[in-house]
Design a protein around this ligand. Structure first.
Ligand code: CUA
Length: 155
């Protein structure tokens, strides 16, 4: 049986499309692997207290209108516990857990992250509205989970 020349071209074309799309999806999976998303920065959870920047948790001014909040989460508290930030500032939270999985959820914002021991979580947020923002742990972490909360005051 003779394949018509045109059919042959289209057959090759079809196969090529499949191969190319497989290559693209494969490449994307590979590229994703090579460049891990934020939140895959590692830390030894046993040595959080001795590992920078967590050896010195707190609120730090890093620029004209930028701040960093270096925070550790542990049963059943957030350190630092009192956070005060100016309205409109760009704030990067750098967080890790010293023991079990905790949550970092700020009521009235989109901030909601899982804080896993062994990993560093970074999230940037701007608080445009002044007020007191309730910070809650939203991952069950033990007997004191319900009490694990703090506030962020924006002025
Ligand atoms: Cu920490 Cu729930």
């Amino acid at each position: 049986m003779k394949i018509h020349r045109m059919e042959e071209i289209w057959l090759i074309f079809g196969v090529a499309i499949i191969v190319i799309s497989m290559a693209i999806t494969g490449y994307q999976a590979f590229a994703f692997d090579m460049e891990p998303p934020s939140g895959t920065e590692h830390i030894d959870p046993q040595k959080v207290d001795e590992t920078a920047p967590f050896d010195n948790p707190g609120v730090f001014k890093t620029g004209d209108n930028t701040y960093e909040v270096v925070m550790t989460l542990q049963v059943f508290s957030f350190t630092p516990n009192e956070i005060e930030l100016p309205k409109g500032a760009e704030v990067t939270f750098i967080m890790t857990s010293k023991d079990v999985v905790h949550g970092f959820q700020v009521a009235g914002t989109n901030l909601n992250a899982m804080i896993v021991p062994g990993y560093v979580q970074r999230i940037t947020q701007t608080f445009d509205e002044p007020g007191e923002y309730l910070v809650l742990c939203n991952e069950y972490c033990g007997a004191g989970h319900q009490a694990m909360a703090t506030t962020i005051t924006v002025k």
